[in-house]
Design a protein around this ligand. Structure first.
Ligand code: FAD
Length: 404
């Protein structure tokens, strides 16, 4: 089939990988003018995520680019360490910078997949035999199937399903990189005030990833603001105005950071993920928000969707894809729904409680296993089907990636 995928981040190229191996012609359209870099780290955790990467033949290539981040020290405004958060909580089993992950997926597929950067789907009209798509820049085309892998604000979703309310988690945040002037090498610092969380991740001796997260009631931030970066910087500066510790210096760096990213955190919950010949994948259909295993869900979802398409006609395949994946998605979303208070505690008492938890648990044997269990229990709550029909692929390190 001729298949269009909208979005070249994690879900889109992962699906393109499998569809190519199943013999389809794949086009990926990406709105950004080039492959998106971006410093923040994403992670895979537990056997299900890792098995999918192994089946893709990319596990070794990804391990070679892992961040190997250490623990995060929680500090007070005088820089005194009050507790330590183990890396398993934040970094999972395999953490990569999102830009590195995107590059690996792109490099693994670019020779077989037609990537079109700097364009977007404009209209979608489907009939019994195919889907007519117009683009903002390119010429119209007809496809057999269209996949929306274009993230939490998906254009494909909007065009085909109409407005779908986003379930706000009430947390806003920005992420950017700056020179590593903190002496942190593969280690992190976290600082809190009520409703404010700051982390500094020293991902290498030169570069630090900064995240500034906050909760705010009554903040209006909507569709129009998504492209207004100056307003976004103002929102963050206002939220953190007057905060202590290193915050003034971080705000100064934020004002000029070229890779500044800001968004509200939201979940997407839909009754159906497909309509006719159009199907949603990854955050576009089922974003979980922070703590929702979104990167893992994107690669697992891509594998299941491609596996089902290799097994049955598309209508049936979409149904089974959804039937198999939905309970897993719901488990991950449930975990993330309760995450706001963990990510951004709202009072001094809640900050102290969280810190006490991490201090106490350090002395309980066997701590390592407990953290591992806590960190992976939702990510592993899935029986990965056996899609032998997709064949196996060679991984970038030259080993045979044994699929099954
Ligand atoms: C700050 C932050 C930190 C995160 N940390 C973690 C983490 O630690 N662990 C984890 O598992 N997950 C994390 N996530 C979630 C994770 O990034 C997403 O769940 C995951 O990237 C989903 O991948 P996706 O491909 O579905 O969507 P996205 O990564 O959002 O990609 C969507 C792509 O579609 C493109 N696009 C958008 N509109 C259009 C259009 N109209 N036409 C064409 N292309 C379009 C976008 O440019 C983008 O490239 C984090 C997310 C954020 C924002």
């Amino acid at each position: 089939m001729d298949i269009l995928i909208s979005g070249a981040s994690v879900a889109g190229p992962s699906l393109a990988h499998w569809l190519h191996h199943a013999g389809h012609r794949v086009t990926v359209v990406e709105r950004a003018p080039a492959l998106r870099g971006g410093g923040y780290a994403v992670d895979f955790r537990g056997r299900v995520h890792l098995e999918v990467l192994r089946r893709m033949g990319l596990l070794d290539a990804m391990r070679a680019r892992a961040t190997h981040m250490g623990d995060i020290a929680i500090v007070d405004r005088d820089d005194a360490v009050t507790a330590t958060m183990p890396s398993a909580i934040f970094s999972g089993d395999l953490e990569l910078l999102r830009g590195d992950l995107g590059e690996i997926l792109y490099e693994a597929t670019r020779d077989h997949v037609d990537y079109v950067f700097g364009d977007s789907v404009a209209t979608i009209t489907q009939d019994a035999d195919g889907v007519d798509v117009t683009f903002e820049r390119g010429a119209p085309r007809r496809f057999d199937l269209v996949v929306g892998a274009d993230g939490v604000n998906s254009r494909v979703r909007e065009l085909v399903f109409g407005p779908v309310p986003q379930r706000s988690l009430g947390v806003y945040g920005c992420i950017f990189t700056m020179p590593n002037e903190f002496g942190l090498d593969r280690a992190g610092l976290m600082y809190n005030e009520p409703r404010l969380t700051v982390t500094i991740g020293g991902i290498n001796p030169d570069q630090a990833v900064i995240s500034l997260f906050f909760t705010a009631e009554g903040l209006t931030y909507d569709k129009r603001d998504r492209h207004d970066v100056e307003r976004q910087r103002r929102i963050v500066a206002d939220a953190f105005a007057g905060a202590g510790w290193r915050v003034p210096r971080l705000l100064e760096a934020m004002r000029t950071a070229p890779d500044f990213w800001f968004d509200s955190t939201a979940q997407i919950r839909m009754e159906r993920w497909s309509r006719g010949r159009v199907v949603l994948l990854g955050d576009a259909g089922y974003a979980g928000g922070p703590g929702g295993n979104g990167t893992g869900l994107a690669v697992v979802g891509a594998h299941v969707l491609a596996g089902e398409l290799a097994t049955a006609p598309f209508g049936r395949a979409f149904e089974v894809y959804e039937h198999r994946l939905r309970p897993y998605v719901e488990t991950c979303q449930k975990q993330a729904s309760g995450g706001a208070d963990f990510l951004v505690p709202s009072t001094d008492r809640k900050i102290a409680q969280r810190n006490r938890f991490f201090r106490t648990i350090r002395y309980l044997p066997p701590v390592k296993h407990l953290f591992k269990h806590l960190a992976t229990r939702t990510a592993t709550a899935f029986d990965l089907p056996d899609y032998g029909v997709l064949g196996h692929t060679r991984d970038l390190s030259g080993n045979r990636g044994n699929v099954l």
